[in-house]
Design a protein around this ligand. Structure first.
Ligand code: AMP
Length: 193
């Protein structure tokens, strides 16, 4: 099994690179943001709960998010591995993920972090907002809040996985192909060591 957390701030390119990685390594893509958006679109109870947080660029509460991930993992018992995209986003989520995997005798192999400067992130997100229909990409204020939340609540996970010797930073600016090659090289380095 190969379990990778694709880490990085909003706009770092996690979704794009996840799609390439799942094809190459035959993995299942778990994007909590995508699952929330699907539920919002279909007006489920989960969607209704999540919507007010997402609209303002805040995190959906841990218990809701962790429950949703647990459910997803249980529905994919035969997966070859997962790309975790946008999860975990808090230390509590990281601890819960480690525990959920350990219960199945699995673990995270690697946290790959896409590193991109704030200025570039804001530019990318505003650009994406023109075509994505994502409410949280439309206003600079919401984008700024998402970056603040990332720094305060999510960035500490880098340290958490560094302590487990699983963290690898990758330069996240360049063409999609260049960045993908850097990610593949990092995976190769980690899995052959
Ligand atoms: P994303 O598509 O990953 O940028 O996520 C969009 C939004 O969904 C985030 O700004 C949060 O409001 C919410 N969200 C996604 N993943 C999580 C998570 N792991 N924990 C809490 N909220 C999340």
């Amino acid at each position: 099994m190969l379990n990778i957390i694709l880490f990085g701030p909003p706009g770092a390119g996690k979704g794009t690179q996840s799609n390439l990685l799942i094809d190459k390594f035959n993995l299942v893509h778990l994007s909590t943001g995508d699952i929330f958006r699907y539920n919002i679109k279909n007006e489920t109870e989960l969607g209704k709960t999540a919507n007010s947080y997402i609209e303002n660029g805040n995190l959906v509460p841990d218990e809701v998010t962790i429950g949703m991930v647990k459910d997803f993992l249980e529905r994919h018992p035969d997966a070859n591995g997962f790309i975790f995209d946008g999860f975990p986003r808090t230390i509590a989520q990281g601890e819960a993920l480690d525990k959920m995997l350990a219960e199945k005798d699995h673990s995270i192999d690697l946290m790959l972090a896409l590193e991109v400067e704030d200025e570039e992130l804001i530019k990318r997100l505003l650009e994406r907002g023109k075509t994505s229909n994502r409410a949280d990409d439309q206003s600079e204020e919401t984008i700024q809040n998402r970056l603040n939340v990332y720094k305060k609540e999510t960035a500490p996970l880098a340290e958490y996985y560094s302590e487990q010797d699983k963290y690898m930073g990758v330069h996240g600016v360049g063409t999609i192909e260049e960045i993908f090659e850097r990610l593949c090289a990092a995976i190769k380095m980690k899995t052959s060591s």
